[in-house]
Design a protein around this ligand. Structure first.
Ligand code: IMP
Length: 201
């Protein structure tokens, strides 16, 4: 078992978000050894000053690679709502001015109160950085925003998002159910395919 770990590819996942870590570990399983920011000695906040998910994702991954010299990937994700001109988008984490998920969900629901078009997409952009290489992988899932905030809490906007063709919100799904269809799992599966071809890591 120990030998198995020695030969596993070690990759840092540049996030402090426990929800993202749980989802990604569930998808990756034992294919790679995922190191946390704490594992690589990083306790500072990662820079996220870009105007797009692509820029922020690249910024976080490059920060870890340059400062901690380990192959790593970062995830930047957001909810884009058609009738709100694709907002909250890159501002998803602090849309209501705080990082409080209930406030963010309530703001979205208030803005959609008089809208019949409730189409939205969740989008994840993963950036992988290693010596002399940088690649991005995108995952998108289409869905709709429900009318009222349910009592059951969940990760970010999961309680108000029903993926297309489903009858449950992401928050009502198990992690395995969400991972079968989610934006994050689509992007992570593309990353896994890419990493499996990288014999130099
Ligand atoms: P960031 O990618 O860490 O900047 O996070 C953006 C914000 O989008 C998070 O704080 C959540 O509010 C939201 N978010 C990202 N991914 C998901 C998801 O899978 N479900 C629900 N909300 C999400």
């Amino acid at each position: 078992m120990q030998l198995y770990f020695i030969f596993m590819k070690k990759i840092c996942f540049a996030t402090n978000n426990e929800h993202k870590i749980q989802e990604v570990k569930n998808i990756i399983g034992n294919a790679f050894q995922i190191l946390s920011l704490k594992d690589v000695g990083c306790s500072e906040d990662l820079p996220e000053t870009g105007n797009t998910l692509e820029q922020n994702s690249a910024q976080k991954a490059n920060y870890i690679f340059k400062n901690y010299h380990i192959a790593c990937f970062a995830d930047d994700s957001g909810l884009e709502i058609e009738s709100l001109n694709n907002k909250p988008g890159v501002d998803s984490a602090h849309y209501a001015g705080t990082r409080n998920a209930t406030d963010n969900n309530n703001k979205v629901l208030a803005e959609l109160a008089d809208k019949t078009n409730r189409n939205a997409v969740f989008k994840t952009v993963i950036t992988f950085v290693s010596l002399n290489s940088e690649s991005q992988f995108t995952g998108i899932v289409k869905g709709e925003i429900i009318n009222q905030l349910p009592e059951k809490e969940g990760f970010g906007y999961d309680p108000i998002f029903i993926p297309l063709g489903e009858s449950k919100t992401f928050a009502e799904m198990s992690i395995v159910e969400k991972n079968k269809i989610s934006h994050r799992s689509i992007a992570i599966n593309k990353l896994i395919e890419y990493l499996n071809l990288r014999e130099d890591l």
